[in-house]
Structures are given as C-alpha cells and as structure tokens.
Write a protein that binds this ligand. Structure first.
Ligand SMILES: *Cc1c(COP(=O)(O)O)cnc(C)c1O
Length: 224
C-alpha cells in the first residue's frame, strides 16, 4: 500500500543532510499514515483544515502536523491548538488571525511565509513587495504569538528543470537577504520549505531544509 522502497530510498538520501521529510498525507487514509508512523515517520503534511483536524483526532498525538495548503482565516482556530508548523502563510490578514487565535490558545505558533516564485497565476504566495510590507510593519513587529521560521515556495509545474532550479535559487537568495536584514538575531529563522515528489532532488541541491513529498511515498491520492 505504501511505496516502501521509495520511502526507504528517500530516508537514505536524506541521511546526514539537514533536510526533513514532511510526508504529505492529504487524501490518504489514516491506515497508511499509521503504517508510516510505526516506521518512525513523525512529520505529516495536510492541506485542508477539516481533513487535518479529523485525522489529528484519530491518530497518535506524537505526530507533528504541518499545514501546507491555502488556509482560510475562518479555519485558523481549528488547527492552531495543535499544529506544529504552518508552511503557507500567504497574506498579512492570515498572519494576524493566526497570532490572535494562538494567543487565545495560549500557544506560540511556528509559521513560514509562502513566497510566490512560480510562473502560474493559480499558485498562492506573497510577492517581494507584500513580504516587505509585512516585515517592516509595526503591527508585525508587535505580534507575540507567532514565530516566523523561514519561507515556503512552490515551483512551476514543468519538466524544464532549469526553470524549477532558478525559482528555488531565487527563493534561497531572498531567504538569506531577509534573514540578514530582519532575522539576524533569530535562530529559528532557518527553514526553507521547498520540493515535492517531482522536484525534491533539485530543491535539496538548492538549499531546501523541508521537503513536502506525497505521491512518491504514498502512491496516488484517492479522491472520493
Ligand atoms: C500536495 C502537495 C505536496 C505534495 O505533492 P506530491 O507531488 O504528491 O509530492 C506538496 N506541497 C503542497 C503545498 C501540496 O499541496
């Protein structure tokens, strides 16, 4: 049921590298998640708030849940009490809501800012201007219940490796610039979430620290 050989190869590839595997379990049954968890996989990623909360309630509390999809502000309150890392903060409005709900829940929630790097209009993310608007605002600097741990990006869906590589390179550069300018005294600003089943190798070569891999280890998703 699981692509066990793929999973083991991937773990092997990551040995000795500063790269963590997020197993993207969206549209996959809880049995498969349990199976991987029993093999020692702790980090799982979901892209829908409802699916995440329902799976979280059924599965071991030792699992670290990563939210990787577009998050609507009215769904923030459902995931904030337990989520490990929100990779997909794509607006200031969303960040404010996370800060507010995290405060209510008595937590500090780790977040990544999702940066728009692809050539596809359909993908979410902040452009540089929006990113700097957040980073320089007084309101952002007064937030007490979020912790920005780095960036997330999704490359263009294409077979042309050069395009994908250049998009990852761009994000890595931007990451270093912003780290120097705004997070020099913040050791938690260290994550670069990039790379999926088709492009994780390129992403690792370009400095990824978190790869989000679904299909390659779980097989095709089941849409019901
Ligand atoms: C689904 C998804 C993934 C995993 O995609 P695969 O191609 O199945 O590895 C990674 N990141 C995000 C944001 C996703 O929505």
């Amino acid at each position: 049921m699981i692509e066990l050989e793929h999973y083991n190869n991937l773990k092997q590839e990551l040995t000795g590298q500063n790269v963590k595997l997020i197993a993207v379990s969206k549209n996959q049954p809880v049995d498969k998640i349990k199976y991987l968890f029993n093999l020692g996989q702790i980090n799982f990623g979901e892209n829908k708030a409802q699916e995440l909360t329902s799976k979280q309630s059924e599965l071991p509390s030792a699992i670290n849940w990563h939210f990787i999809g577009h998050l609507q502000t009215n769904k923030v309150k459902y995931i904030v009490p337990f989520v490990t890392l929100i990779h997909s903060v794509d607006s200031f409005k969303l960040l404010k809501e996370i800060d507010k709900e995290a405060s209510k829940a008595g937590r500090i929630v780790d977040c990544l800012l999702q940066v728009y790097i692809a050539r596809e209009e359909s993908k979410f993310g902040l452009d540089e201007k929006e990113l700097y608007e957040i980073l320089t605002s007084t309101e952002f600097n007064q937030m007490t219940h979020i912790r920005i741990c780095g960036f997330m990006g999704m490359a263009t869906y294409t077979d042309e490796h050069t395009i994908v590589r250049n998009e990852f390179k761009y994000l890595h550069k931007l990451f270093f610039r912003v780290k120097t300018e705004y997070f020099a005294s913040k050791p938690e600003f260290k994550e670069l979430s990039m790379g999926m089943s088709d492009d994780y190798k390129i992403a690792i070569e370009e400095g990824s620290t978190l790869i989000r891999v679904g299909t390659y280890i779980f097989g095709n998703r089941v849409y019901v």
